[in-house]
Design a protein around this ligand. Structure first.
Ligand code: KG4
Ligand code: ZN
Length: 366
């Protein structure tokens, strides 16, 4: 069954065609196309996503992105059998562009419209390349907006069991990256800088707090770490008599990147260990934009191996926002009987998204 997945929750306009076959032992997926049009160049000028600009850019590019996804899949509009769209959580103006487009598409093709939660879609990306993966499982979603643990039940729904009290890990990477003079978003560039910093011991001299809050709860706080790292950068600049606008020497930037990465990654995997022990799950999913981080991928793999658990991580191109994950999550929702009407709205928060889906399920007796 051909699903058309649409994603526009933040600053990527994305569309994808997924062929899902519903089999006795689960759903099998084939990725036919996956087109992502990123707005990062525009937002880089402002050092972060400007919501008004993001929604306008989605409105401008969504038709072309959708047409390209269809063309790359080698099919025609009449072949599409369901339209899946991210309806929450995210920037409301951005989400509304995708939702409006998806409604028009589903209406004109006379096919089901499937509402998809962006966080569940990130986790769903892991199923695309791992047909052996099936729920229940632990899911750790780490992105620019989220750093949370979820338990995934048999209906693929995610229930939060812990997470950050303030900023997300991606935000910490991006804000520190900006002060280090990296273009927005700095996550990937900081990953490479840190790799060079880890080759030496000096980064250990830059002491930063752990984002993992003490105790057995699955809680993080990234805002203190972010501020501490930025203060360290300012202090080092002062010592070197550099002005605010001047860039630190390359080795110092590498050491700061390594120290920050070490704090973030160690803090996250410490809680991953706690979460696996607490829940007893033997399968874990690591997904979201920050799951592309090479150091996090390696450390999470190590923790899972030590506990005899299996880790499923999407390949890097499927970690950041994309339409393929929406298509896969759409197929999961469709299997569970979830369908939206043409009155589908967009919601900024995860709580509102959950409420809408629960209401939809109870009305349909699911
Ligand atoms: O999932 P995503 O594309 O958008 C949200 O839903 O937030 O995640 C974007 C985040 C950004 O903060 C970006 O810097 C971060 O993912 N990111 C990385 C890496 N690649 C992307 N962070 C650390 N290391 C990376 N390699
Ligand atoms: Zn995302």
């Amino acid at each position: 069954m051909l699903f058309f997945g649409i994603e526009s929750s933040c600053d990527d306009t994305a569309a994808s065609v997924i062929d899902a076959s519903f089999e006795k032992d689960g759903i099998k997926y084939k990725l036919l196309s996956n087109i992502v049009s990123s707005q990062t160049d525009v937002h880089a000028l402002y050092g972060g996503v400007v919501p008004e600009i993001a929604s306008r850019a989605h409105a401008e590019s969504i038709s072309a992105v959708a047409e390209t996804a269809l063309e790359k899949a080698g099919i025609q509009w009449k072949d599409i059998e369901a339209v899946a769209v991210t309806f929450a959580p995210g920037l409301i103006g951005s989400l509304l562009v995708g939702v409006g487009f998806a409604k028009a598409l589903a209406f004109s093709l006379n096919v089901p419209l499937i509402p998809v939660n962006h966080i569940e879609a990130h986790a769903a990306a892991a199923f695309l390349e791992h047909p052996e993966l099936s729920p229940p499982a632990l899911a750790l979603i780490v992105s620019g907006g989220h750093t949370s643990f979820y338990s995934m039940d048999k209906s693929y729904a995610l229930n939060e069991i812990g997470g950050t009290r303030d900023d997300a890990a991606g935000e910490a990477f991006d804000k520190v990256g900006r002060v280090l003079g990296l273009p927005y978003p700095g996550g990937a560039a900081l990953d490479a800088l840190a790799a060079r910093g880890f080759e030496r011991e000096e980064y250990k001299k830059i002491k930063l707090p752990s984002p993992s809050l003490p105790g057995g709860e699955l809680e993080f706080s990234f805002s203190g770490l972010k501020t501490a790292a930025i203060n360290q950068i300012h202090n080092i600049k002062q010592k070197l008599s550099l002005s605010e606008d001047e860039v630190l020497p390359e080795k110092t930037r590498e050491d700061i990147a390594a120290s920050l990465t070490n704090s973030i990654v160690s803090g996250i995997v410490e809680k991953l260990k706690t979460a696996l022990i607490k829940t007893g799950y033997k399968r874990a999913i690591l997904a979201g934009g920050v799951a592309a981080n090479s150091h996090l991928r390696a450390a999470a793999q190590e923790v899972c191996r030590s506990l005899g658990a299996e880790l499923f991580v999407p390949s890097i191109r499927l970690c950041g926002d994309n339409g393929a994950m929406t298509g896969v999550a759409g197929a999961m929702m469709y299997k569970c009987g979830v369908k939206a009407g043409l009155d589908l709205n967009a919601y900024a928060s995860d709580e509102a998204a959950k409420e809408y889906i629960d209401d939809l399920k109870s009305k349909r007796g699911i």
